[in-house]
Design a protein around this ligand. Structure first.
Ligand SMILES: Nc1ncnc2c1ncn2[C@@H]1O[C@H](COP(=O)(O)OP(=O)(O)OP(=O)(O)O)[C@@H](O)[C@H]1O
Length: 274
């Protein structure tokens, strides 16, 4: 750095180095994204993290959805406050192998909106990567807001080697946005690890018959059309809502959805080993 560098330049460079050092200690960096809101992206991100940590992997779960963070709520972690030790932000140790960082569960009031423009969001994401005391990780799972805005772009540009896991529901209106997500990944040169079709059919708990409420198979077909690995489907399961609202993960369910989630995680691990 030249001797004309300003204090701001030096701070930026120091942070860049901290981010680089941290990322060198992470084996797999995954950005969970979707084209459309409400398709279950945070649910998938949370459960990927929980299921991977259950298998003994060291996992960090980071919520960069600044305006609509859900991760803390899905894990029952609201209103924790900020814990800083020796200038390092401490993530919440949710389980032995799972650390969590999310803006709202830790820094804000649960119901207060964060009214931030792009540069502030970019700044906090860089801080989450450079100033949080994650320790070495097998997986860093990042939940982003829907679409292709500042947050996924910052992740793609700040985390070399990051791969995308795209979540969709099966109907065309969601798939149209997924195609934009795929093209976004191609433009920013972020490989797509795979696509997950969520809310794929509803199995009636009374009669056992399957109802394709949002259609079914659209995600799998899109994955095939775009030559992307298909990681699996999760059904519409009222248990997922009840568990999420109660701050519990899918591993607490007794339904078939738990097995489906396990299979998705296994396919994802196989895909990473290819
Ligand atoms: N497979 C499923 N079956 C039933 N409900 C589900 C399923 N997946 C997610 N949900 C529910 O749908 C709602 C939205 O899920 P979630 O917050 O994960 O979506 P999102 O895509 O992250 O939303 P946002 O666009 O706000 O970030 C939640 O109430 C969640 O419990």
């Amino acid at each position: 750095m030249s001797c004309n560098a300003t204090a701001k330049d030096r701070d930026f460079e120091a942070q860049r180095q901290k981010i680089e050092q941290f990322l060198q200690t992470v084996d797999h960096k995954l950005l969970v994204m979707s084209g459309k809101g409400g398709v279950g992206k945070s649910t998938v991100a949370t459960n990927l993290a929980v299921f991977l940590s259950n298998q003994g992997y060291c996992v960090g779960l980071l919520d960069v959805d600044v305006h609509g963070p859900s991760i803390a709520g899905l894990l029952g972690l609201t209103g924790l406050g900020l814990n800083v030790i020796e200038n390092r932000i401490q993530p919440y140790q949710y389980a032995e192998n799972l650390k969590v960082m999310s803006i709202q569960g830790f820094l804000g009031q649960p119901d207060a909106p964060l009214i931030w423009r792009g540069p502030m969001k970019i700044g906090i994401i860089r801080q989450f990567l450079g100033d949080v005391d994650w320790g070495p990780l097998d997986f860093l799972i990042i939940d982003s807001p829907p679409g292709t805005g500042d947050e996924p772009l910052t992740v793609a540009q700040t985390i070399p080697g990051c791969q995308a896991v795209i979540v969709t529901t099966p109907q065309e209106i969601a798939l149209a946005d997924v195609r934009k997500s795929i093209q976004f990944c191609r433009q920013v040169k972020m490989p797509v690890l795979g696509l997950i079709e969520n809310m794929s059919g509803f199995i009636c708990p009374d009669c056992g018959s399957t109802h394709a409420i949002f259609k079914s198979g659209g995600g799998e077909k899109t994955a095939a059309d775009w030559n992307i690995p298909f990681l699996g489907k999760l059904p519409i399961d009222p248990g997922v809502v009840t568990a999420g609202d109660a701050g519990r993960a899918i591993d607490s369910l007794t339904s078939h959805t738990k097995e489906e989630m396990q299979q998705i995680v296994e396919r994802m691990i196989r895909q990473l080993q290819n």
